[in-house]
Design a protein around this ligand. Structure first.
Ligand code: HEC
Length: 158
């Protein structure tokens, strides 16, 4: 549990911690940082997809698979991420990223979004293996917490 707490704090401290690395990264490093965080996001999407299919009853509820997916989200959210949220790797500075400069701007609330997301992930971890109703109840806030960060900090598709 302590580790999870620390991971939550690490997400919260994201913008501050990464400022220390500002500048001094070459194009290759910035491009690979963007790729790494996209891979991180793809792993979220994979596990969320498993849970979402059950929540929508497109897949049968399977307590063990649901728990595994939720545990996966917790584990991924707990990875050290400062190395790939590099200042200078926003979509105005490099190509092939949708990360908005607002992530690194003064007054950025990306850390708060990260914390809210992490709380929703922990709630899902408690709920997923219980029963389908509990999973469904945790799904709304979890999906919303992904969306809330994307709305402010990820370039929209169009
Ligand atoms: C704290 C902010 C934040 C949270 C929380 C968050 N995302 Fe993201 N997500 C981003 C940003 C920023 C990008 C753009 C990354 C880039 O292109 O460099 C992104 C990109 C993505 C992508 C596209 C990856 C690619 O290959 O280009 C997917 C899929 C995604 N997120 C899924 C999710 C899911 C699912 C969740 C919740 C389980 C989630 N995200 C939670 C900020 C967030």
């Amino acid at each position: 549990m302590r580790n999870y707490m620390m991971a939550g704090l690490a997400v919260g401290a994201l913008s501050v911690a990464t400022l220390a690395f500002a500048d001094g990264h070459n194009e290759k490093q910035l491009a690979s940082a963007a790729k790494a965080r996209q891979a991180h996001m793809q792993l979220y999407a994979f596990h969320l997809g498993t849970l979402g299919a059950m929540a929508k009853e497109e897949a049968p509820y399977d307590a063990e698979a649901a728990q595994t997916a939720a545990d996966g989200l917790v584990a991924i959210a707990g990875l050290p991420q400062g190395g790939y949220w590099l200042p200078g790797s926003d979509n105005e500075s490099i190509e092939k990223t949708r990360a908005l400069p607002a992530i690194w701007a003064d007054g950025s609330e990306v850390g708060t979004k990260g914390k809210e997301f992490y709380e929703a992930v922990l709630a899902m971890q408690s709920a997923a293996g219980t029963d389908l109703d509990a999973l469904k109840a945790a799904m709304g806030p979890l999906g919303e917490s992904c969306g809330a960060c994307h709305k402010d900090y990820r370039q929209s598709d169009n």
